[in-house]
Design a protein around this ligand. Structure first.
Ligand code: ADP
Length: 211
């Protein structure tokens, strides 16, 4: 099983790029943020515990992440793209020790999506997400209040405020960005300050041969 890891600051485009890779290259998109928000929505035991952390923009503990992630991971046999995990060194080591029924998980690429902080803040403040399929939209350019892919409702995430963004950004710099060193040669950096077309072109170059 091939595994692509995305490492990026909040609002850098992990979700959008994951969806692109999922649709075009048939990877399964696993987003720990989505899985955690689902726990909160369903008001599970885990959901109740993590709700304040998500609202503040702090990281959820590694044990809960492992539990929530592995439950989803065990359901899949296809190649995977990881959005939002690992965020700590412990989580990176946990991924190194994963295997699935068909053999080991091979981390083929680590894509670092780089973005200017000001651009990210602007995106956060304008971001709308489809409640059904997770597609991402920008308030300033949508023409309809429904998702064009599945018809789902669009809404802002509770943690998409400037204040929470700044907290999440600091957490990223302190705890997650250092993982780029951990992955060394596997890391490829893409800049996502301009158009999505350019970003998709860079992704295509990385995944050439995987179609
Ligand atoms: P973003 O990257 O835009 O901050 P995500 O949807 O990836 O958004 O994550 C939202 C929140 O979920 C994070 O701020 C954090 O509280 C929590 N979270 C998601 N993934 C992890 C993880 N791997 N480890 C710890 N906390 C996580």
């Amino acid at each position: 099983m091939k595994c692509i890891i995305l490492i990026a600051a909040p609002a850098a485009g992990k979700g959008t790029i994951s969806k692109y890779i999922e649709d075009k290259y048939n990877y399964k998109h696993i987003s720990t943020g989505d899985l955690l928000r689902e726990e909160v929505r369903k008001n599970t035991v885990i959901g109740k515990e993590i709700k304040p952390l998500l609202e503040k923009g702090s990281l959820v503990g590694d044990d809960i992440i492992k539990e929530v992630f592995e439950k989803e991971f065990r359901k899949t046999k296809s190649n995977i793209i990881l959005d939002g995990i690992p965020r700590t060194l412990n989580q990176a080591k946990m991924l190194d020790s994963l295997d699935n029924n068909d053999g080991n998980v091979e981390i083929t690429n680590v894509i670092n999506i780089d973005i200017d902080k000001e651009v990210a803040i602007n995106r956060i403040e304008n971001r709308l997400i489809c409640e059904s399929c997770g597609s991402v939209y920008n308030k300033s350019i949508i023409t309809d209040d429904k998702c064009t892919k599945c018809g789902g409702n669009l809404s802002s995430r509770n943690d998409d405020t400037k204040e929470t963004f700044l907290e999440r950004y600091e957490t990223f710099l302190k705890q997650t960005k250092p993982l780029l060193k951990y992955y060394g040669d596997k890391v490829i950096t893409i800049y996502n300050n301009t158009s999505l077309e350019d970003v998709y072109e860079s992704v295509d170059k990385i995944l050439k041969g995987d179609e």
